[in-house]
Design a binder for this molecule. Structure first.
Ligand SMILES: [Zn+2]
Length: 243
């Protein structure tokens, strides 16, 4: 398998909330995309494991994903262990993405930070020939390293290294997120969370508009990277249509 874009997330719905527009823009450009969720989100205040599984399936369809896996690590305690790094390496070597998306290294939810660290470590060690792993059939895997790792924005904001215009897919992007209906405000009195508070979805729309405004488009998603980013095409970075 060869994916162009793979996103790693601590919980199912993290990618849909943070960077579903970028995933859809990649599909629109004919790229192959995938998501690896590290946990099933079993500690979620709202919804059941079964309802969340159905929601994930619906969101995956809207995102037109070529690949989605769940590594069934422990929600609320994603260990930064060598065993978990290896599990992520197995996924990177299986899917061989050009670009890897991961949570931001500084995040409110400790699981997001743990997922960011596992992705960072796995992206490096995956390229080492002497770091031996086997696929599900017991066949030794070839080393592989993604060419670029970008970190998406969740609870904490950062100064973006790059902002991706998602205007053409914005409504689809909101649909993918809203597939996780159990997590959002329903108008009924029930267990309250940040996601379920009235106005949360409006806030995400406002964030997309905020970053869109910074690059002269209607909606956009911000990313951070440890690395400096380059381009082979200077004109591809012009997003404004009015100066
Ligand atoms: Zn999460």
């Amino acid at each position: 398998m060869q994916l162009d874009l793979l996103a790693i997330a601590a919980h199912p719905d993290d990618v849909e909330l943070a960077c579903a527009g970028t995933m859809l823009m990649a599909k629109r450009a004919g790229k192959r995309t995938g998501i690896v969720d590290l946990t099933k989100g079993e500690l979620s205040t709202r919804g059941t494991l079964e309802s969340r599984r159905r929601e994930t399936e619906a969101a995956s369809k809207i995102l037109k994903l070529d690949y989605r896996a769940n590594l069934d690590m422990t929600d609320g305690n994603i260990e930064r262990s060598q065993d978990n790094v290896r599990q992520v390496i197995v996924q990177l070597r299986k899917t061989r993405p050009t670009i890897l998306l991961a949570p931001s290294p500084q995040e409110r939810h400790p699981d997001h930070e743990a997922a960011a660290e596992l992705a960072h470590r796995a992206a490096f060690y995956s390229g080492l020939i002497k770091m031996e792993t086997k696929d599900a059939n017991g066949t030794p895997q070839e080393p592989y390293r993604p060419l670029l790792v970008l970190h998406y924005m969740q609870a904490y904001s950062f100064e973006p290294k790059i902002i991706v215009d998602i205007t053409p897919v914005f409504e689809e992007r909101m649909n993918a997120m809203e597939a996780y209906g159990s997590q959002f405000f329903s108008g009924k009195p029930e267990k309250m969370t940040i996601l379920a508070q009235p106005g949360f979805i409006d806030g995400l729309r406002a964030r997309a508009e905020h970053y869109g405004m910074m690059i002269g488009t209607r909606y956009a998603e911000p990313f951070w990277s440890h690395e400096v980013l380059g381009t082979k095409d200077l004109f591809s970075i012009v997003t404004k249509t009015i100066a």
